[in-house]
Design a binder for this molecule. Structure first.
Ligand code: NAD
Ligand code: MG
Length: 404
């Protein structure tokens, strides 16, 4: 049994809650796709959960609306220019209002909540999540970039502080669910499923002309803009391979990706005896979100069910790494380790941002990431500071390259 699995097992009996028996949730990134769905889960289960902290970066209007509805203890608006607006809108309440990146970290360290639902997108989620871990909070982790950038340090800290990290990403939630009751059994490999995104089967001559609006149409999931583009380039699956390595303590060769366009099997685990467990269901992020929040208890709901009698085909194929080169770059980062995943992640964040602003085309994203990975000095065992520095260097490199 690994140390993390021990923690999960003991967490199963000792998840903290307030005097009323409710788990107090801090929804970091409450205005996003994950955040709003987490609030839906809280709203549907008022005897189990309360929303104690809500945070947003720029969407002050939705944040205020959420605060008036859920009456949290604290709200944090990332963009400091919007502080006064939020403060005024909540003046008639006793909700505390803070602003800025530092306030996000300070709030993450506060006593007023039990579980952080880490739903901020990108590198910005790393520091608050680290603070929550250092403060002994349970983490429901949607923010995969946290583990891509500094997975070794994050997992080490989680063990040190006896903090369970419960994945929200649907593939990792699937694997986590398959591993319940298997703590003594060795994993041979995991099979991460990927929908393939909107451009499955397409070739570079098609991708070169793809525009933002087209790339934002995901066939099976409705998500935030950054992860939707990552799904179209397959970078998302690469980030998820690295996320899986850290969450489940795997070697790179134990992580296999298979394209499964229907998104019914959310991922699988193959054990030493060759037996394979899969977790299945209709694609709906509320399921892994509520599983992480309720763990170890499953929560009844009325969501639509998958019906084996109605759907005729579940299919599987190899990913096309020659066309979707981002996945190949991520595999390189996974294999090499060190600061390379952090560099790749930062370069990708800037490249996706530029693509979303129509400044570069779809395939330019890959070129920018590749150049950053070739140019930034490799560090084998980075400190946390060095991870931060590598992130900054890669951002500046790509911003210069594409003249942002
Ligand atoms: P989103 O863009 O819809 O929402 C992001 C949230 O983070 C918003 O509340 C935003 O205000 C906040 N935010 C953005 N930049 C910030 C900054 N610099 N500082 C502080 N807060 C900031 O994103 P999403 O789709 O909800 O994804 C959130 C995370 O969950 C990502 O890491 C993504 O990879 C992961 N994830 C999402 C899904 C999904 O279905 N959306 C599925 C699996 C994993
Ligand atoms: Mg996923």
């Amino acid at each position: 049994m690994s140390e993390q699995q021990h923690i999960k097992a003991s967490a199963a009996t000792s998840l903290t809650s307030n005097g009323e028996g409710k788990k107090r949730i801090a929804v970091f990134g409450s205005t996003g796709s994950i955040g709003t769905q987490a609030l839906d889960v809280i709203e549907a289960n008022p005897t189990m959960f309360s929303a104690e902290v809500l945070t947003a970066h720029g969407n002050d209007e939705l944040l205020v609306e959420q605060a008036l509805k859920f009456n949290p203890n604290i709200v944090v608006i990332g963009d400091e220019k919007k502080y006064l607006k939020v403060k005024e809108a909540l003046a008639s309440t006793d909700i505390k209002v803070f602003a800025g990146a530092k306030a996000l970290e300070e709030t993450a360290s506060m006593d007023c909540y039990d579980l952080m639902l880490a739903g901020i997108v990108g590198y910005a989620g790393l520091r608050p999540t680290l603070k929550a871990i250092e403060s002994g909070k349970i983490i429901g982790l949607a923010n995969k970039e946290t583990l891509v950038v500094a997975g070794d340090i994050v997992m080490k800290k989680a063990v040190e502080h006896r903090v369970p990290i419960i994945p929200v990403d649907s593939e990792h939630s699937a694997i986590f669910q398959c591993l319940v009751g298997e703590t003594r059994n060795k994993i041979e490999k995991i099979i991460l499923t990927a929908s393939g995104g909107p451009f499955l089967g397409r070739k570079p001559n098609y991708l070169v002309n793809v525009k933002r609006e087209h790339a934002l149409q995901h066939p099976n999931w409705s998500m935030g803009a950054k992860i939707t583009i990552d799904s179209a380039t397959l970078m998302n699956k690469g980030l998820e391979m690295i996320e899986a390595k850290w969450l489940f303590n795997l070697r790179p060769d134990q992580i296999q990706v298979v394209i499964h366009p229907q998104s019914i099997i959310h991922s699988m685990v193959q054990f030493e005896d060759g037996s394979i467990k899969a977790q299945m269901g209709l694609p709906d992020m509320k399921l892994p979100i509520q599983y992480a929040m309720g763990f170890p208890k499953r929560i009844a709901n009325g969501f639509p069910r998958y019906d084996f009698r109605k759907v005729s085909n579940l299919s599987f194929e190899e990913p096309d790494i020659k066309t979707f080169r981002n996945l190949g770059l991520a595999i390189e980062a996974l294999n090499k380790g060190g600061n390379l995943p952090a560099v790749m992640n930062a370069a990708n964040e800037v490249a996706v941002y530029a693509f979303l602003k129509n400044k570069i085309n779809f395939l330019d994203m890959t070129d920018a990431i590749e150049k950053a990975m070739q140019s930034i000095s490799f560090i084998e065992n980075p400190t946390l500071e060095e991870y931060f520095e590598s992130d900054g260097e890669a951002r500046n490199f790509v911003a210069d390259l594409i003249k942002l």
